[in-house]
Design a protein around this ligand. Structure first.
Ligand code: HEM
Length: 149
């Protein structure tokens, strides 16, 4: 093989390898928004949060904690938080969990009651069970900040 031909082949190989690598890189940079899609995007999440609010009002274990809150603000902030957490294109702009729950004296029973109602609200909105579990798993690390210390 002539030197020129070898060079041409080598250059073609370099181009091919860098194309494959670039492809791989953009594949890895792709955000994982599967959970967000399973939740029905922001509109689906907003419906879940709305149903959660109705369930909270009817749940005597926790309803008293929510008396007098700004419902629209709570709905918007929790929707944005769950949207961002599930890989959606939202940005949570509410307060830190530790700050917003500090004065409430939230017990384990109350934390579990809220999680239970969230699962019920997702159930009502036909969110697949695996997606429900995935969302709950993402919320659990917030427990130490929300639970009364
Ligand atoms: C994983 C569990 C929880 C999550 C992800 C969560 C999330 C949130 C978010 C995003 C807000 C809005 C904060 C803001 O507007 O700046 C909020 C506010 C609030 N949360 Fe939670 N929360 C959880 C558990 C609980 C529990 C167990 C209770 C009580 C039983 C509770 C009671 C409240 C109340 C009353 C507010 C309104 C505070 C206010 O506007 O002054 N939360 N929560």
């Amino acid at each position: 093989m002539r030197l020129g031909t070898v060079k041409t082949h080598f250059a073609a190989l370099v181009v091919l390898v860098s194309l494959v690598l670039t492809g791989c890189q953009s594949f890895h940079r792709e955000p994982d928004n599967r959970l967000y899609l399973q939740l029905g995007e922001r509109a689906g999440i907003a419906d879940v949060v709305e149903d959660l609010l109705y369930l909270i009002v009817d749940d005597t274990r926790i309803s008293h904690q929510f008396k007098g809150i700004n419902v629209a603000q709570f709905h918007r902030n929790l929707t944005d938080q769950l949207c961002e957490l599930s890989g959606g294109p939202c940005q949570y702009s509410g307060r830190e969990m530790r700050e917003s729950h500090a004065a409430m004296g939230i017990t384990d029973t109350q934390f579990n009651a809220l999680a239970e109602n969230l699962i019920l609200a997702m159930e009502e909105n036909d969110v697949p069970t695996a997606a429900q579990n995935r969302l709950i798993k993402k919320l659990l690390p917030m427990y130490p900040d929300i639970r009364h210390l």
